[in-house]
Design a protein. Structure first.
Length: 281
């Protein structure tokens, strides 16, 4: 009798980007030129990936803002199907703008994402487990900027247990993290501390955002000989940024298998008039 050989599942290509913000002048451009003008250049690459992820840096709602702060972001609810059509399958709502229009605005956002069949993370304590090519990937999301209840905030004392629960359900664990200092191209001591905690607890990949600029991507030693890949900040992606350092961005491609992260690459983009465009840098 022939022995059965176990065939290893092919690696999953996870494409990850930073902030997706469909308000302000981005919304004005959409109204004049449509969503293709904003997302068209990146769509072919995103659609080739097995999973495409971004941080939804705005409310998708028409409700009035309820927060008192300098920057408030709100985009149209019809951005959700455009996000889906561009190739995105998953977004995080764990950030400091998801409650700009209060809990009702977040509810509108969630409803819009549900109608567009886009998975989300960040408003539940349970990990989201998605399977591609036989590889089970558990996603967690945290914001390091507490405001009002509704999204999941960093709890470093329960981080290890949350990763353990996620690990029990999946082959790889990915954490989306809204953290760091705006406009700073190096990770803060707080980011480094949290990343090391996550790596030591068994996370395979950390996807950071909030600084609005690109920060380093590096390997950290993990649990039981594993390594954890940390992208401290993926910068902006759809955003009406003016400073040049906030317009330099990219798509991070991560190869995920049952053994964790096996490799990564970065495709450079530059944001022009709010839209990501391929760059030669």
């Amino acid at each position: 009798m022939l022995a059965l050989q176990q065939v290893e599942s092919p690696a999953v290509d996870l494409a990850a980007v930073g902030d997706l913000m469909f308000g302000r002048s981005v919304a004005a451009r959409i109204q004049k030129e449509g969503y293709t003008a904003i997302l068209g250049a990146a769509t072919p690459e995103l659609k080739k990936a097995d999973l495409a992820f971004g941080n939804l840096e705005c409310v998708l709602s028409r409700r009035p803002f309820t927060q008192q702060k300098r920057f408030l972001f709100e985009g149209p609810e019809d951005a959700a199907p455009a996000i889906k059509d561009a190739g995105f399958s998953l977004v995080s709502v764990a950030n400091n703008h998801s409650l700009d229009a209060g809990p009702s605005g977040l509810a509108d956002t969630v409803a819009a994402l549900n109608r567009a069949h886009i998975d989300r993370i960040g408003d539940s304590t349970d990990p989201l487990v998605l399977t591609r090519h036989g590889v089970r990937i558990a996603f967690l999301a945290y914001s390091d900027f507490p405001t009002i209840p509704g999204i999941r905030y960093t709890d470093e004392f329960r981080l290890a247990s949350a990763i353990k629960v996620a690990r029990q359900q999946a082959d790889a664990v990915v954490i989306s993290w809204h953290w760091g200092n705006e406009g700073i191209a190096t990770p803060s001591p707080r980011q480094i501390k949290l990343a090391k905690l996550a790596a030591g607890a068994g996370a395979d990949l950390v996807l950071g955002h909030h600084p609005h600029v690109w920060q380093p991507v590096e390997w950290l030693p993990g649990k039981d000989g594993h390594r954890c890949l940390v992208a401290y900040s993926l910068g902006n992606f759809v955003f009406d940024a003016i400073p040049m350092d906030q317009r330099k961005t990219g798509i991070l491609h991560v190869a995920l298998s049952a053994k964790g992260v096996t490799g990564f690459s970065i495709t450079p983009y530059e944001i022009l008039r709010g839209a990501p465009t391929r760059s030669s840098r």
